[in-house]
Design a protein around this ligand. Structure first.
Ligand code: GLC
Ligand code: CA
Length: 511
């Protein structure tokens, strides 16, 4: 097979703080991930992506990086990370790190130096500007969170404002400065030399800015600037990242978080096959409702935009920034049907740790809310065992447990062959065994109202995936054998040509 692993494989996102705590401080750590590698190999994923584990004041829980080339002691040591990589590779699991190039922490030595004086040699590494004539910020841009704040903070030491598209503690780097680019390229080399298989690139579309820093157009006033930012200079920089990664052996991979409100330019991030290997199209991916028409539209749209440029799609339902799809879609039956789609669409699926357990978001009481962006619920700790501390080294993790933690624990679901966990495992195994599902073509099929159906095909191998979005059974004619069903019903038998409410099936077509 010639396709690179990142086209045929499945990536599993780990939010390290919430995965497994082994030393009792309530926060997940690298050792916790290492101890669960056998679980991931058993499940059948191909790669893990770790949300940031670098030294950080944790104002944005690691997305405020104070040193790009080390590990925060909360998570372990650089040695622990090396060991995790070695042991992952021994299980054929690739390891992706989360690189945050748009901004640093305000505690990063680069910013500490930059903020010191207008004459600092690093002053120009960030976006410093004089106040507007009225003393206010240089333009009207808004930060992403906390909701409504300006994207500029006044620094009284030097009497200027600095730009931050996120928290004031996350100043934006100035990528027009070649020294910034060189320093960041060194970061990529540091990790690639250590054997890291690639990066998820945080808010990659944010790094190039319009040098004139103009106000938003009137219709967009008040929308966080980062959701609108789109600049040719970003693409030039991304081509540089790609050249750097591709110079390494072994298919190193760059997947970018492209999060533009109107999905207006997502496909540009593939360039002429010289920018990102993969790009998330957020928020479209996580905002698609549980409706047949919405999914049909989205699947057609992805194909229409990416096929002509030879780009490979990604599919993602949940991550650490958005309510889990089990919570959004409203039932386990739907989460199961969604898993069938996620793992049979054409493109690379990204799973978010805990979705294989069917976890819902945690209820976060007011006195335990931590995230300035209101995203704590989807970051609840993963329950591994039924009772006690659910496998964690403490009874009180940093966030509350998700609902029914014992019933949703790995221990309980692994013992139950009918569980959603086993459904994920069957789907992952099926995908691995089928060239058509991994790399084949996709075509939407005509189907009765309420049913989404598509065909995956390679050579003479043909599959039909059918999903019933309705709350009643619907007759649906396809000749073939049910190989996986979202509820397990009828697997291994001829398709009965009827789909139950919120049921999805993967049918092998007779020739
Ligand atoms: C991305 C991350 C999010 C973070 C933000 C700022 O959107 O996924 O968690 O808060 O970037 O780094
Ligand atoms: Ca810990």
């Amino acid at each position: 097979m010639t396709a690179p692993w990142w086209k045929t494989g499945v990536v599993y996102q780990i939010y390290p703080r919430s995965f497994l705590d082994t030393n009792g401080d309530g926060v997940g750590d690298l050792e916790g991930i290492r101890r669960r590698l056998d679980h991931l190999a058993w499940l059948g994923v191909d790669a893990i992506w770790l949300s940031p584990v670098f030294p950080s004041p944790m104002k944005d829980f690691g997305y405020d990086v104070a040193d790009y080339c080390d590990v925060d002691p909360l998570f372990g040591t650089l040695g622990d990370l090396d060991r995790l990589v070695t042991e992952s590779h021994a299980r054929n699991l690739k390891v992706l790190l989360d690189w945050v190039p748009n901004h640093t922490s305000d505690q990063h030595p680069w910013f500490v130096e930059s903020r010191r004086a207008r004459t600092s040699p690093k002053r120009d590494w960030y976006w410093w500007r004089d106040p507007a004539p009225d003393g206010g910020p240089p333009n009207e841009w808004k930060a992403a969170f906390p909701a409504g704040i300006d994207a500029w903070t006044f620094d009284s030491t030097t009497g200027q404002y600095y730009l931050h598209q996120f928290l004031p503690e996350q100043p934006d780097l100035n990528w027009t400065n070649p020294d910034v680019m060189r320093a960041m390229h060194d970061v990529l080399h540091f990790w690639l030399d250590r054997g890291i298989d690639g990066f998820r690139i945080d808010v990659v579309h944010g790094i190039g800015k319009d040098p004139a820093l103009p106000d938003e157009i009137p219709e967009w006033r008040g929308i966080p600037h980062v959701a609108l930012n789109e600049q040719p200079s970003t693409h030039e920089l991304v081509r540089g990242f790609r050249r750097l990664a591709d110079a390494y052996p072994g298919d190193r991979m760059l997947v970018g978080e492209v999060f533009q409100l109107f999905s207006q330019t997502h496909e540009r991030y593939f360039g002429a096959n010289d920018e990102l290997h993969l790009a998330f199209d957020l928020p479209a991916s996580v905002a698609t409702l549980w409706e047949e028409a919405a999914w049909r539209e989205r699947i057609a749209n992805v194909a229409a935009r990416l096929d002509p440029i030879g780009a490979w799609p990604t599919w993602v339902l949940s991550n650490h920034d958005t309510p889990r799809h089990r919570s959004r879609f409203g039932s386990e039956a739907r989460a199961r049907a969604a898993a069938v789609m996620l793992l049979t669409l054409r493109g690379t699926p990204f799973l978010y740790a805990g979705e294989e357990l069917g976890l819902e978001d945690a209820e976060i009481p007011a006195d335990r809310r931590l995230d300035p962006g209101g995203r704590d619920g989807c970051r609840a700790p993963i329950p591994w065992t039924v009772g006690g501390t659910h496998g964690w080294a403490t009874a009180r993790p940093w966030l509350p447990w998700p609902p029914d933690a014992g019933e949703r624990s790995l221990e309980r679901l692994r013992a139950d062959e009918t569980s959603i966990l086993h459904l994920y495992r069957r789907l992952l195994a099926l995908r691995r065994s089928s060239a058509a599902l991994r790399e084949g073509s996709i075509a939407l099929l005509d189907a009765p109202d309420g049913i989404l159906a598509y065909e995956r095909r390679a050579d003479d191998e043909r599959w039909v995936v059918a999903v019933n979005f309705a709350s009643e059974p619907i007759a649906h004619a396809v000749a073939g054998t049910v190989v996986v069903a979202s509820d397990g019903a009828g697997e291994g038998r001829a398709y009965r040509r009827i789909l139950g409410p919120d049921q999805a099936v993967v049918v092998r077509r007779e020739r």
